[in-house]
Design a binder for this molecule. Sequence first.
Ligand code: F6P
Length: 361
Amino acid sequence: MKKVLVLTGGGDCPGLNAVIRAVAKRARKEKNWEIYGSIEAFNGVLNEPQEIVRLTSSRTKGIHVKGGTILKTTNKSNPIKFPVTQKDGTVKFEDRSDELVKRLKGFDAVINIGGDGSQKISKVLFDKGIPIIGVPKTIDNDLSATDMTFGFQTAVQIASDAFDKLVTTAESHHRVMIMEVMGRDAGWIALHTAIAGGAEICLIPEIPYDINKLVKKIESRYKKGRGFVNIVIAEGAKPKEGTVTASAGEKGSEHVRLGGVAYQLSKQLKDAGCQAEIRETVLGHVQRGGTPVAFDRILASLFGVKAMELAINGEFGKMVAYKNNSITYVSFEEATRQQNVVKKSSYLVQAAKGLGITFGD
Ligand code: F6P
């Protein structure tokens, strides 16, 4: 029998379970594959005792509709920069990739479901001889090798539903409502939500904003009396002269945690003379939870089947991708070469401007 190991790494994302189920279903059809899952990304392989579970049909049955990941995940245990707490409480990073490679030797295929960081790990492992295939995931939709990642549509739907609710209360109280969504480097969730929800202002990391232009826009909405304004802002957005709002770094994490930009914007607006009443909402992890929308379940399922088919055919060192309406694959170099960020010149931004949405540029 051949063995395939599946794992999920990085932040969770609606659709992960649909990929796991699709890999398992496609593998079972072959009759000569056993399916395993590593708990909490590569930790399941590195931990002593190991946490590797057999993915039987009773474990994967019906999970495509479930949010999160049955295999658990982490964004704090990159095997190449593995955080090790020292006696004095500080954290040092160690490269455990050789140890991991040894421990993965019994597997005929490894399917690594994860974002940019996870696929960089996939590349290192592939270069060290591991038969590995990547499946892209991120609600941020910031991987350039695929036209879309699963989880993104669900996040946009959740954000749009929340936005619609804020519009009616903004209108009733003639307030300015600021809604903060995820999007560390890429403003896709904010931009799509702004168009879907009919925002007046959309602020994204790729287009630093001029606070005075935002105040002007708000004033123009109030000049005939009781106005209201709905703003959607990505967590990574920043003013032209200023930096991104970061909370403290977390132990063992390679990233600074973002969040709170809605409050910063509220203060900046007041400081710049905005007279309207302002309220802030930070959506946070609500955007990553719950049932994936149908599109994400489908995309995740197609990715899972394709990844397993690559494994069956012995085609490793690739990440599956969605391009020009078909499911294909790219090399790990291509997968991790550059981020997919919003271009100011893109039609989406131009169309948003055509709808009267202000970016503050
Ligand atoms: O990369 C996906 C993402 O949801 C980002 O938008 C966000 O900045 C980050 O993960 C949050 O990570 P955590 O779950 O560790 O707070």
